[in-house]
Design a binder for this molecule. Structure first.
Ligand SMILES: [Zn+2]
Length: 245
């Protein structure tokens, strides 16, 4: 997932904690969105998606002018989609947007459901998001999240980047992260890691309450307690034993 930053003059830094992702349609293509969001004193959105391409206009930590109700802009991230009345969004647009939604929701600890992924018209009377199928985006975003531990398996993705880089208070993570950083991970048989992670995942897949995401508190000052999903906790236990911790 590559994101090209385009920018827009239409934003401010009044961001409140992010609660929702708002779905829009461009009624045009990405080129027209690029042009619209460049107009000074106009509107904006955080992202625009067309097939495999993602353009970013406003940083997530800033407020975009996208939904027409200011305080809702402060609490949401807006994604525009290339589609118009005579042209449905492509399959690729859906799948790229689903990856982006999954990523945004995981980073901001937002559940991927119909209460948190909403259409522009649920905030204000508008035609937007037109023909966009929000249930489909939610479905595809959720399968991205569930597929991640297996599909993109590297030790870096098992243990979130923030934990590897941050000053984490969790000793267990710190020890493992330290070893991984020191390059000692070469001692580990990656095949075995994969197998073990798959087993951890299988043993937790029967529990519907098991969190699928890794919530990381982004409050300021940061809250130092990280809640890891049971899959990761179990895997870390195994990893520690392997590493002789
Ligand atoms: Zn809209």
């Amino acid at each position: 997932m590559t994101i090209k930053f385009i920018g827009s003059p239409n934003f401010d830094n009044s961001r409140k904690p992010i609660k929702q992702v708002v779905i829009h349609w461009i009624v045009g293509d990405l080129t027209s969105a690029d042009a619209t969001f460049q107009k000074v004193g106009g509107v904006s959105a955080h992202y625009g998606v067309e097939d495999e391409i993602i353009h970013q206009y406003v940083l997530e930590e800033d407020t975009a002018y996208a939904v027409g109700v200011y305080y809702r802009n402060q609490e949401s991230i807006s994604i525009e989609h290339s589609a118009s009345p005579d042209r449905l969004a492509s399959n690729a647009t859906y799948s790229t947007s689903a990856k982006l939604i999954a990523d945004i929701c995981q980073r901001n600890n937002i559940p991927v459901d119909r209460q948190h992924i909403i259409g522009h018209n649920e905030i204000k009377a508008t035609q937007c998001p037109g023909t966009m199928d929000i249930d489909r985006l939610i479905r595809e975003a959720n399968s991205e999240i569930i597929a991640q531990p297996i599909a993109q398996l590297t030790l870096q993705t098992i243990i979130p980047k923030e934990l590897l880089e941050g000053e984490d208070q969790n000793l267990e993570i710190q020890q493992v992260a330290g070893l991984l950083k020191d390059g000692k991970r070469d001692n580990l048989d990656l095949q075995n890691c994969r197998k073990e992670l798959k087993q951890c995942q299988d043993s937790h897949s029967t529990s519907p309450d098991a969190p699928k995401t890794v919530p990381i508190d982004k409050s300021d000052p940061p809250n130092q307690t990280f809640q890891l999903p049971p899959i990761v906790t179990q895997f870390l236990g195994w990893l520690r034993k392997k590493l002789g911790l």
